[in-house]
Design a protein around this ligand. Structure first.
Ligand code: FES
Length: 171
């Protein structure tokens, strides 16, 4: 498995201590955009822990994924405020525009699309977040322009963006 060649030097940076489990998984996640099964086995061998312990940690934290993830994380809010203003339609269009469909991740690994329960800025519903950027007052027609901004081979369109964390957004 050629990608496992990249795991060797990565593991070599760490001592064989259980305390290094999470930092090692973070490195692997960053390198591959997910945690390949064989990499998890190698981590278990290196740290002398059961592979089930490694899986437990890998599946507990949302920052880790056992499946390949897209370069951009798109979170579409389906909380109550967003839902009643058409959040489900925004999600549907986002799944189509990114190519992620119902599988969650686009075949070109550019996008992973996730429905979420609340992004903390309900007054701006419907809302979606792409990586750290928040987009407000959405409808289906605005989705393509937003997706195109992040796609390397598409022409970006001008879209109002609220470049702030939800805490900084007034709702
Ligand atoms: S319900 Fe969508 S931001 Fe709160």
């Amino acid at each position: 498995m050629p990608e496992m060649e990249a795991v060797k030097p990565l593991l070599a940076q760490f001592k064989d201590e259980r305390a290094n489990l999470i930092p090692i998984l973070q490195e692997i996640q960053a390198a591959f955009s997910y945690l390949p099964e064989e990499a998890l086995r190698r981590v278990a061998r290196k740290l002398h822990v059961p592979v089930t312990d490694v899986y437990q940690v890998a599946t507990f934290y949302r920052c880790f994924s056992l499946k390949p993830r897209g370069r951009h994380l798109v979170q579409v809010c389906l909380g109550t405020a967003c839902h009643v203003r058409g959040g489900d339609l925004v999600l549907e269009r986002t799944q189509t525009e990114t190519g992620a469909g119902l599988s969650g991740t686009s075949p070109d690994l550019e996008f992973t699309v996730e429905p979420v329960r609340c992004l903390g800025c309900c007054g701006l519903a419907p809302v979606m977040r792409v990586d750290r950027d928040t987009f407000a007052h959405l409808d289906q027609a605005k989705v393509r322009g937003i997706v195109n901004r992040y796609h390397p081979r598409r022409k970006p369109a001008t879209v109002d963006k609220i470049a702030a964390s939800p805490e900084k957004v007034r709702s």
